[in-house]
Write a protein that binds this ligand. Structure first.
Ligand code: HEM
Length: 482
């Protein structure tokens, strides 16, 4: 094979010892500088192709999507911990297509509009809760992301604090991140190890996997069966009820299987990703106060101070829209797209790419490409104003081709309305780290893993004015302080 260039491998191990364990996207960007934008490595013979530009991702994952849309076999996460049936790990085939079709029908326009009131109510409650004076915003952001998805998907109204299922979802996200960490589990490279007895030295991973599997099964089944049993208590539109109603409350087994896994995949794919983007927004607002001021000015000019923003205002608020895009780009939530597996031999730019290669797109590199996004480490929403090229390129944050994130519209809607509501009603102060020192935009250390989060920080969120406070309080049916 004439393979793409890459760091020199060792016999048998291949590049296993060179694979980064922390923030891999930065290492892959370095490799691209040394070897070129397409890089080839292998781990114990498993080929990996790393793509570092938007053009390459489009050429392969979009234009040749028929052969670049499968997923990797992940023994630890997929088979032992049981995530293989989640949409994001499913192989490309009829089962996945059925789930994506159902998802698309319900959570993309025009069907999505019926969820607008949920997005709006959730964002108003959220911002109102941020004013509790604690400066600890993360718990409120997690509650916002989780409660919105649980209500839209299962019709379940989460408790304002310490909700059992929001906690479960956070636990599952942590386990999922550990289980799917590339290179962390030997069993991913030597699948036969999954059969070693649990008492055997070194087989602790099997016990860990069992705990994660049980937790994951609760995540899949509990809210689903709650929703099925509580249809008469559910008052707002939600995904599960729509499908139950189409089948007089009792879908046939095949529909039920597809529905259950689709709903879980939405909950799993949607809650934590939105959380990270909104956290980035709050971090950026303190660091770039001029952007915050201009966002507030746009809202004051277009909407005035007698009402709160609505989702239908989106087209009239281009700067707020640009802030939402920049929050997706600045420190992307999913810096490395989950591997797309190539299902047959292919040829690209004179290189031969073997069937079975795992193709990883460095989304972080694309969204920090100076040619598309000058000064990429600065939070500059202006880059999107009257710039269709940048506006289109930022959609790389959601992945590519037949595996592109099916929750794009849902995510963009909630991010927009949360940001618009926060800026309409609140002032956000500079973020400080755990020791009370101001945070700096340079060298921000976002977490590793499939879903990347900002480092821990605190920031103050206070009402902008008495009028804003009253409007928001009235909108969440609590006008006591006005
Ligand atoms: C900031 C918000 C979000 C970002 C940046 C994001 C990003 C991504 C990315 C990069 C992928 C992988 C695409 C690929 O393999 O090429 C993905 C997959 C997925 N996302 Fe999202 N996502 C977000 C929000 C959501 C939401 C709100 C939902 C649900 C409503 C969702 C559901 C999913 C699902 C189910 C998949 C798996 C699709 C498949 O493998 O076929 N995501 N997302």
């Amino acid at each position: 094979h004439k393979l793409p260039p890459g760091p020199k491998p060792l016999p048998i191990l291949g590049n296993a010892l060179q694979m980064p364990t922390q923030r891999g996207w930065l290492t892959y960007a370095e490799w691209a500088k040394n070897h070129g934008d397409i890089v080839y490595v292998h781990i114990f013979g498993q080929p990996l192709v790393l793509l570092n530009t938007l053009e390459m991702a489009n050429d392969l994952l979009v234009k040749r999507s028929l052969i670049y849309s499968d997923r990797a076999r992940m023994v630890m996460a997929g088979e032992l911990a049981g995530y293989a049936e989640e949409m994001v790990f499913s192989n490309y085939g009829d089962r996945l297509r059925d789930m994506r079709k159902l998802f698309h029908r319900e959570l993309n326009s025009p069907g999505l509009d019926k969820y607008w009131p949920l997005h709006t109510d959730a964002s108003r409650n959220f911002v109102r809760n941020l004013w509790d004076g604690s400066n600890q915003i993360e718990e409120h952001v997690i509650n916002f992301g989780g409660s919105l998805i649980l209500e839209a998907v299962y019709g379940y109204h989460a408790a304002p604090k310490n909700d059992e299922w929001i906690k479960l979802s956070q636990d599952v996200m942590k386990s999922f991140t550990s289980a799917s960490e590339p290179g962390a589990w030997l069993v991913d490279f030597i699948p036969a190890l999954r059969y070693i007895p649990k008492w055997f030295p070194g087989a602790g991973f099997r016990i860990v996997a069992e705990v994660w599997r049980d937790e994951h099964l609760r995540f899949v089944h509990d809210p689903y069966f709650w929703s099925k049993a509580n249809q008469d208590r559910v008052t707002k539109p939600n995904f599960a009820t729509t499908v139950f109603d189409e089948h007089a409350g009792n879908p046939p087994a095949k529909v039920e299987e597809c529905l259950r896994w689709t709903l879980t995949s939405i909950w799993g794919g949607g809650a934590d990703t939105t959380v990270s983007t909104i956290m980035s927004f709050f971090l950026a607002m303190g660091m770039f106060p001029d952007v915050q001021r201009r966002g507030q000015e746009e809202i004051d000019r277009v909407i005035g101070s007698n009402r709160l923003p609505e989702i239908s205002d989106r087209e009239d608020l281009p700067f707020i829209e640009a802030i939402s895009r920049e929050a997706l780009r600045w420190n992307p939530v999913v810096p490395m797209a989950p591997p797309h597996k190539l299902t047959q031999d292919d040829e690209y730019l004179g290189y031969e790419l073997p069937a079975g290669s795992l193709v990883l797109v460095n989304i972080w590199s694309i969204l920090h490409d100076e040619k598309l996004f000058p000064d990429p480490f600065d939070f500059k929403p202006d880059r999107f104003i009257d710039n269709p090229v940048a506006s289109k390129a930022v959609s790389a944050a959601f992945g590519f081709g037949r595996r592109i994130c099916p929750g794009v519209q849902f995510a963009e809607t909630s991010i927009f309305i949360a940001i618009a509501t926060a800026l309409a009603t609140s002032n956000i102060s500079n973020a400080v780290d755990e020791t009370g020192n101001p945070m700096s935009a340079v060298d921000l250390k976002y977490s590793s893993g499939n879903i990347s989060h900002p480092p821990p920080f605190r920031c103050g969120v206070k009402p902008r004015s008495i009028t804003a406070a009253c409007l928001l309080a009235a909108s969440v049916a609590d006008a006591s302080e006005c």
